[in-house]
Design a protein around this ligand. Structure first.
Ligand code: B16
Ligand code: MG
Length: 218
C-alpha cells in the first residue's frame, strides 16, 4: 500500500498570490513613505503577515507599537482581499490541477500547509477545495515557518508519519520547516534556488505523482 502523502504550500506552489501581496504591501508602504520594491517582496514569501510588515518597517528604518502594527496589517489584508476578489480559477499554476487529480486517482492523500489566513478563500476561488483532503493554514497554526507546526499538523490530519510526507515548497523557510518536521522537501524553483531542498521541480506542468515518488525512491 502506498503510504506517501503530499503537502503543498499555497503561494508560489499552487498559485502566484505573491503579486497581489506585493501590490497591497506597496500601497501601504507608499502611505508610510517607505520605499518597497519587487525585489524586497521576495523576502516576504512564506513569511507571516506580521513578520512581513516588520521586514517592511526594517527597510524603512521605522519602529511601531504592536497596536499600530496590527492596524496596518489589517489595512494591508483588506487591500489584499480586494485583489483576491478578482482571482480566477485559470490562475492555478500550470499542471497543478492535473497533478492533484492524479494524486487523488492514485489514492495519495493530500494536504495544504500554508501560512496564509486567506487560504480557504483562495482555494474556493480556484475551485480546488475538493481536491485537497486536508487544509492546514494560518488560522490553525501559531508558529510561523521555519517552525514545522503547519506541516506536522498536516501529517497528523492525514494520519501519516511525518517521514511518509513529501512537502512542496517555494521558500527557504518552508524547506527548513519541512526538514525540521522530518519530511522530504521538493523545491518548487522559480526565482529562488533553494539549495537545501531534497529535489527540485520548476512547476507541475507535465508532472505526475509517480515522477515525484521515483525522484525520492518511494
Ligand atoms: P496572509 P504560503 C504565505 O503563503 C505568503 O507566501 C506570504 O507572503 C504571506 O505573508 C503569508 O502567506 C501570510 O498570508 O496575509 O494571507 O495570512 O507561501 O505559506 O502559502
Ligand atoms: Mg510559498
Amino acid at each position: 500500500m502506498n503510504k506517501t502523502g503530499f503537502i503543498f504550500d499555497l503561494d508560489g506552489v499552487i498559485v502566484d498570490t505573491a503579486k497581489y501581496h506585493y501590490l497591497a504591501w506597496k500601497e501601504l508602504a507608499a502611505e508610510l513613505n517607505i520605499p518597497f520594491t519587487i525585489e524586497d517582496n521576495e523576502r516576504l514569501k512564506g513569511v507571516s503577515r506580521l513578520q512581513s510588515f516588520e521586514i517592511i518597517l526594517e527597510i524603512g528604518g521605522r519602529t511601531m507599537s504592536d497596536e499600530e502594527k496590527e492596524y496596518y496589517c489589517t489595512k494591508k489584508n483588506n487591500l489584499y482581499k480586494t485583489f483576491l476578489e478578482t482571482l480566477k480559477k485559470e490562475e492555478v499554476l500550470p499542471g497543478v490541477r492535473n497533478f492533484l487529480e492524479a494524486a487523488r486517482a492514485a489514492k495519495i492523500p493530500t494536504a495544504l500547509g500554508s501560512a496564509s489566513k486567506n487560504a480557504a478563500f483562495i482555494l474556493e476561488k480556484l475551485d480546488l477545495m475538493d481536491l485537497l483532503d486536508v487544509i492546514i493554514d494560518g488560522t490553525l497554526v501559531s508558529a510561523a515557518k521555519p517552525d514545522p507546526e503547519v506541516f506536522l499538523k498536516g501529517a497528523e490530519a492525514l494520519s501519516l508519519d511525518p517521514a511518509d510526507c513529501i512537502v512542496f515548497e517555494d521558500s527557504f523557510s518552508g524547506i527548513e520547516a519541512a526538514h525540521r518536521g522530518g519530511m522530504k522537501a521538493i523545491g518548487v524553483v522559480t526565482k529562488e534556488n533553494l539549495p537545501e531542498a531534497d529535489e527540485w521541480i520548476t512547476g507541475f506542468d507535465g508532472l505526475m505523482p509517480e515522477d515525484i515518488l521515483k525522484m525520492l525512491d518511494r
